[in-house]
Design a protein around this ligand. Structure first.
Ligand SMILES: [Zn+2]
Length: 140
C-alpha cells in the first residue's frame, strides 16, 4: 500500500524535469524544475515582440545560478510585470509576470537543449488580458 502510494506520487511528478538555461552571452544562468507541457504562447504586444514561450514556476522551482548584477528591468503600464533582461546581450531568459507576480516566468526558448519543435504551447489571449484572465488560464 505504502509502495503503491509512492509510485503514484512519482508518476504525478513524472513530467516535471530539472533544466538549465540562460541568456545568449552566458552571464545570466538559471536552473528550473518545470513541466514542458505547460508552455504557453501569449499574443500580447510585448510577448509577441520578445518571442517568449512562457513557463511559469513557483520560486522554489527556480534558482538563479549567476548574473544577478547583469540583469536590468523594464516596466510599463501597471508596472507589475518585471521584464528582466541581460544588459549585455539583451536576451530575456525569465521575468516576473503580471498574472503571477509571486512566480517566475521562464522563457522556454532560453532552456538548454530544448527541441522547440516538440513543444505544444497552449494559447493565451494576452492581447485582451483583462478578459482572458477571467477565464481559466492554461498555466494554472
Ligand atoms: Zn547575456
Amino acid at each position: 500500500m505504502r509502495h503503491a502510494r509512492a509510485l503514484a506520487a512519482s508518476e504525478a511528478r513524472s513530467m516535471m524535469q530539472k533544466m538549465e538555461g540562460g541568456c545568449h552571452c552566458g552571464r545570466v544562468r538559471f536552473r528550473v524544475t518545470a513541466d514542458l507541457d505547460s508552455v504557453t504562447n501569449c499574443n500580447c504586444p510585448i510577448c509577441t515582440k520578445k518571442g517568449i514561450l512562457h513557463l511559469i514556476v513557483t520560486p522554489d522551482n527556480f534558482e538563479l545560478l549567476k548574473g544577478k548584477d547583469d540583469l536590468i528591468t523594464y516596466t510599463f503600464n501597471t508596472g507589475v510585470a518585471k521584464h528582466t533582461f541581460c544588459r549585455h546581450c539583451g536576451i530575456h531568459p525569465f521575468y516576473v509576470p503580471r498574472s503571477d507576480p509571486d512566480k517566475i516566468d521562464v522563457n522556454a526558448r532560453c532552456l538548454d537543449g530544448v527541441d522547440l519543435a516538440k513543444l505544444r504551447p497552449k494559447y493565451f489571449d494576452g492581447k485582451h488580458w483583462e478578459v482572458a484572465m477571467q477565464k481559466s488560464v492554461p498555466w494554472r
